[in-house]
Design a protein around this ligand. Sequence first.
Ligand code: ATP
Length: 742
Amino acid sequence: MSTTAHSLRHTETIDHSEVSVPMDNFLNASEGQVDPVQIVFKDLRYSVTVKSTPANASEAQAMADEKLNPAGGDAPTPARRGLFGRKTGGTSANSRTQEKVILSSLTGAFQPGRVTAIMGPSGSGKTSLLNIMAGSVKAGRITGDILVNGRQVTGQAIRLVSGYVFQDDVILPTATVEEVISLAAAFRCPELTPEQRQQRVDEVIALLELDKARHTIIGSPDKKGVSGGERKRCAIAMELIANPSVLFLDEPTSGLDAYTAATVTYILQQLARSGRTVVTVMHQPSSEIYHTFDDVMILHNGRTVYLGPAEAAVSYFSRIGYSCPTYTNPADYFFMSILYQFDPTNLQLGDKSDQRAVEAERMAAIYQSWEDARESAYYRHLADNPLTRRISPGMFTTRAPMAIQYRLLLHRAARNAWRNKLVIRAKLGQAIFFGVFVGLIFLRIPHKDSLAAQIQDFNGALFFVCVNQFFTSAMPVVTTFAAEREVFTREHSNGLYTLPAYFLAKNSIELPFLIFTPLLFSCITYWMFGLQAEVGKFFIYVVVAVTVALCGNAFGTFMACSIKDLAITMAIMPVLLLPLMIFGGLFVNTGSAPPYLSWIQWISPIKYGFSALAINQFRGYTSQGQNIGDTALENLDLGSFSILVNIMFLLGLFVVLFVLAYLGLWRLVTSNAGGKVQQSKLSPKKQLLAEPLSRFPANETLSVRNSAESVSPPAPMSDTSEKHGSVGTIVGHSGESKPYVY
Ligand SMILES: Nc1ncnc2c1ncn2[C@@H]1O[C@H](COP(=O)(O)OP(=O)(O)OP(=O)(O)O)[C@@H](O)[C@H]1O
């Protein structure tokens, strides 16, 4: 089957699985042939610091032994420096934090023109390895070297030539499949005309068999949309649209039926045949799928158990004493008989420390076998003699200019808002409800007989206007941002758009609501309250309501952007809001408040809003022939600021909160970016465009083992093998096998 699949072209049908994959498109067009990108890693080690609270010394020692050396192999690696210039090692078992080694000393390569599947049990470090390569590691220490065509790079640089399909598909739930793919194309392929982009979208949709779901929304747990398989293929399509040279995928077949899983893996195979480097994490592939892989890397507890051609894995393991029975799926055998030795009696409860010790010893022997194997020596040799082919800037994934990003995001947000009509109705309904409700409570205040009651009601009504506008603008933005934060961070980390474009678009779309709802509320309440019937005063009333709402929105955005956990945000909000309200000018006479607390009034938008509204209403207000307004103002002791100055302070607070919200968001994306973990003096682009490290001889053309029918695996180093690096053949646009020389 493997041979049949390798020679697959156009819409041929594959034996056995009857998967038909159209491949006559931009991804394998001969003029767009992909330049090879070889990723080599040497002594790659990744560790994180974890908290531990050992009860006593022996427990601390046990913890250190287990965490640092889970398989009971060699001792903790001594401190050393690698590409990222950070020291590691030196763990103290008694300290409250401990170093947990996730990947230990991995050396290997992901070759262009080949699909490499990373396999291993849950927690073995597969995703961590992929994240390091894709520059998505957020915490911890990485040491060792990562080379792309002989240039020392960080994951941030690899990201420039790669696409990453994450394990969880975070896609905007309200958009349709075609919309999300088109938008990804608009962000990532600004050089194409709209017609070319549409053609590319159509081709990717056809390739991933998404035609049926084209106009279906992605959906969410609350609102059913596309199926899990369609969603996964949609996530792949969003990455493929940019035609990257390297494609990383984290479990692209999880949750898919056998047919869809086979379709996805054949597509990966074809993408590799056009010269791409495809690296995919696979949990436990079927035999059918296993044979579509060119190379497999098997990890266990962060250590390499095997890396090399998929078809050679069985013979390697039989050489070290694990013979896979005929007609057994190799992947199943690796899991059930090598990585674990499945025995139902082991499932019984009881003390298993002896069992664990035996198992650790067995695994230590397997690790050692790999260290001693000629296959392992081959990769060590490769790491010292990598491909050094030039990387051209044309291989970098592109991004639309910021103005276009802004326009696209604004358009998407508007469409999103329009589709969420319920939210629009809820916002308008809330303004009407609160307006009528409070209007009825404080109905026609000047008609009250008691002057004291009038003053009291005016104060209550105007204060409520400010509190209402501030709270109703601050609270919804916290929950809506929490809902879209995941999509934003994923899209931003995938390089679709910049932070300023998103931030401006997000706030621009809120603006009409922040003007219209206070206006609606003001129209209802102003006349129901019976405030002074002057157009100018009504205008000031509206302006104050809008500026307080703007401050509330900026405050909510600041909170939502600064704190990741919604529950914590919701717990902190009242703690911050209540003092702002208490020092809002009504409850506490701010002139006589204790000085160590009265400063709060200066940062309270409610105070500025209430002051402006009170001056607007009370200045020169007479009732029953008496000037009661000026007396009321004196009693409130709101300070000497005029209406204009109060509004200016409100606008100033809005700008400060707006900037703080932006900084909060910036902190969120930088803490997600992983830049702190992998550092280089050069920018990602410069890392790739630099000359290869001088210690590597120019190695642009290596010997090739050409085969007309099948792809030759890189020859593991053996007594008879040629120099490393032969990759074999690619199936070109026309379908013929071409020698793939580099
Ligand atoms: N930032 C971190 N802090 C603490 N532990 C971590 C961190 N990142 C990864 N780990 C641990 O490292 C180990 C490997 O995690 P990783 O996600 O790479 O495994 P995996 O092989 O992809 O697992 P799965 O197949 O279940 O997705 C796990 O034990 C995980 O808990």
